[in-house]
Ligand binder design. Structure first.
Ligand code: CO
Length: 502
């Protein structure tokens, strides 16, 4: 098949599409970092022009016909062979685009843009009613989108599949059924063993010194600054422009150094994956990342499992002390590690610790599912949110900016996105377990600042594979088990015993 003209033609078309998408990512990175305020309108025009081009190239009849014809042959090939993988993923991209009429795509893009600014205002005024009609519009359009994309069991499946190809709502539900009671138990336990009066820093941590430490940490774990850069933004993200060009971003807070430091580690984890995707495969599925869940497993692995470990700070604490001699005077390494791992329920997801984080996701998953099923009217979202929050955390939400208005996702109609965070967390624990089994000296290496064996191991199993396997299959290949919650709970339990236990 590799030598057929039709296949070669698809390679050319999808490479062009990939270049266009890559250009659009660069424009959007610029928009978040350096673009002047009044460039907004022109930028929106540039980006919608590119996405229109991509859509028309992708949905051209001849493309669909070639894909279908070649797929008949490729579907019977070895499922991990290059041709099978490329056609499987091209077909998916084609179908997703072809099933959505251009009018709906445009309508969604427009409604999203309008809803986003309404959400910003509603959140700052703590007034859900300002956002409600916009959210209603996005929910209506998203339900229509789910119907058009198609599903077997429930409409939420169709939306989840956009972010985590092949994943099912029923699997997510089963994971939470085991995860949630386990997390609540660990939360109780940690609250009883961690210091009742944790460390508290009075002095500010100058941002310039934070940036130095963050860059040192990112470089040490393997983020290559000749193939990437770090810039400052309001809402951190990372993006792969293409081979040799990965942009990560962070924000900085003098009063809370954990935001910037662990933010950079998180994004550098995404960045490591992006920088090590096979460059020669650019423009084909074999040169692309698997899913949001697998991507998040990489960021959480470096941010939390490695970056908040005792061993990691054995190497970096002396460096931190030399950069912040006054601030860290009299602070022991143990106190420091306890401080960055303190656990406490809070209202805001992005500030949550490793134990409560997935409880926040569970709440959002339930609400999203009810909305998309049509069981929960949009106007009842604040009430439902607060009720669930009380049930899960035992706390009263003070206002909607601390509740259902806190996240950007729904203003972008990204229903089905949230569960990929929890998938990323449970994958990260499973993946690290497998790495520890195969490389028993891993933690010893961290003490000396040696992270290369782990990066090489991840490269063979994940980075170099592109989209050869879907997430479930990839996790099974690496760990021998399908995605499950036990490894994550065991990881947390062991971690807090080591850090806070006597
Ligand atoms: Co992330």
């Amino acid at each position: 098949m590799e030598n057929s003209g039709e296949y070669k033609e698809l390679l050319v078309i999808f490479k062009k599409i990939a270049y266009l998408k890559s250009t659009s990512r660069l424009l959007s990175w610029d928009q978040e970092t350096f673009m002047p305020e009044r460039g907004q309108e022109h930028r929106a025009g540039q980006m919608s022009c590119i996405s229109g081009l991509v859509h028309s190239m992708l949905t051209e009849r001849r493309v669909g016909e070639s894909i279908e014809a070649l797929w008949q042959e490729a579907r019977n090939m070895d499922i991990s062979s290059d041709c099978h993988v490329n056609l499987r993923e091209w077909r998916r991209q084609y179908q997703q685009a072809a099933r959505l009429p251009e009018e709906l795509v445009r309508d969604l893009a427009y409604s999203r843009a309008v809803a986003h600014s309404a959400w910003v205002k509603a959140r700052s005024r703590k007034d859900f009613s300002m956002f409600e009609p916009h959210l209603q519009r996005l929910v209506d359009l998203s339900r229509k989108k789910a119907d058009l994309l198609g599903y077997k069991q429930e409409p939420y499946d169709a939306l989840l599949d956009i972010y985590e190809p092949g994943e099912k709502t029923s699997n997510i539900e089963a994971i939470f059924r085991g995860l949630v009671p386990g997390l609540r138990e660990i939360l109780h336990h940690v609250q009883s063993i961690q210091p009742q009066q944790p460390l508290c820093f009075q002095a500010a941590f100058p941002v310039e010194a934070q940036k130095i430490l963050a860059r040192l940490m990112a470089a040490r774990i393997g983020f290559d600054f000749t193939k990437g850069r770090v810039d400052t933004v309001v809402h951190p993200f990372s993006t792969r422009i293409g081979p040799g060009d990965v942009r990560i971003t962070s924000r900085w807070n003098e009063r809370d150094f954990t935001e910037g430091l662990f933010g950079v580690l998180h994004e550098a984890g995404h960045g490591l994956y992006s920088q090590n995707l096979p460059a020669g495969r650019f423009g084909t599925p074999l040169g692309d990342s698997v899913s949001l869940g697998i991507h998040e497993s990489q960021s959480r692995l470096w941010e939390n499992i490695v970056g908040r470990s005792i061993e990691f700070w054995e190497y970096f604490f002396p460096l931190a002390k030399s950069l912040f001699p006054g601030q860290l005077q009299g602070v022991s390494q143990q106190d420091f590690v306890r401080f960055i791992n303190r656990v406490r329920p809070s209202f805001i997801r992005v500030e949550a610790d490793e134990v409560t984080y997935n409880l926040h996701i569970y709440l959002r998953f339930q609400i999203e599912r009810e909305i998309i099923m049509g069981e929960l009217p949009v106007k009842d979202i604040p009430g439902r949110w607060n009720e669930l929050f009380r049930e899960i955390f035992g706390m009263e939400v003070p206002d909607d900016s601390m509740g259902c208005l806190q996240d950007v996702h729904w203003s972008g109609a990204a229903f089905g996105y949230f569960p990929t965070y929890t998938l990323g967390n449970i994958y990260s624990a499973m993946i690290f377990d497998a790495a520890l089994k195969e490389l028993p000296g891993l933690r010893q290496g961290f003490r000396k600042g040696n992270f290369e064996p782990l990066v090489r191991w991840l490269d063979t199993r994940i980075f170099s594979q592109g989209q050869r396997y879907r997430s479930r299959q990839l996790i099974k290949r690496i760990t021998g088990r399908p995605p499950e919650h036990h490894s994550f709970l065991a990881y947390l339990h062991e971690k807090y015993e080591r850090i806070f236990g006597r």
